[in-house]
Design a protein around this ligand. Structure first.
Ligand SMILES: [Zn+2]
Length: 199
């Protein structure tokens, strides 16, 4: 961080605003499993929006303010931005956005890594014609979100905000893809917001 003597306070308005939008979008989910899924969908939408904002931080000043006001960090020639840009060029921004979104969903569900099977599940769910440029996009979430941070913050959140006292590992042990398949309205809303954002 440059030595400026006076340094502005961080403001995570963009990430937190995304939570509000996501909370309204994913309102079709309810019940204990669905509380967890809804929370992670909201967190994943905010992380995805931040990642997309990061690819535009192409000069030093922009990166300084992005890094100050974002929960993610971006560096010059950041490999994550290169991966996202490459996928946008190959399969379009909406498909890239939705795949990246699911990469954060898996990370929030405490996956340490994702495999070809997980990738196929997501591509099938989103009905995207499989493109190899999306595979590295799908790995971004588990590679970038700190595992210990995910365990501690999610455990705290569900315990104190929703009264769910089981361990975070027990709470996240369910097939969320199956729950989503049973709730097509949520997928439609995700597709709708992606298409509107990049229309
Ligand atoms: Zn958040």
């Amino acid at each position: 961080m440059p030595d400026m003597g006076l340094w502005p306070n961080a403001n995570h308005l963009m990430h937190e605003s995304c939570h509000c939008i996501a909370d309204a979008i994913f309102e079709g989910l309810s019940g204990s499993k669905r509380i967890i899924l809804r929370s992670f969908l909201c967190e994943s939408l905010a992380s995805t929006a931040e990642s997309f904002a990061g690819i535009h931080a192409q000069n030093k000043i922009h990166r300084i303010f992005y890094n100050l006001n974002s929960y993610q960090a971006i560096a010059k020639n950041d490999p994550q931005a290169v991966t996202i840009n490459r996928a946008i060029f190959a399969v379009g921004p909406a498909n890239t956005f939705k795949t990246l979104f699911f990469s954060f969903v898996y990370a929030n569900f405490l996956y340490k890594r994702v495999d070809e099977n997980d990738f196929r599940n997501v591509i099938d769910l989103l009905q995207i014609n499989a493109a190899k440029t999306l595979r590295p996009v799908f790995r971004i979430g588990v590679s970038n979100l700190n595992f210990r941070f995910r365990v501690e913050t999610s455990g705290f959140y569900f315990r104190y905000f929703h009264g769910l006292h089981r361990s975070i590992f027990a709470l996240t042990q369910f097939d969320f893809i199956r729950v989503l398949k049973k709730t097509p309205s949520v997928l439609r809303q995700l597709t709708d917001i992606s298409d509107r954002l990049f229309a």
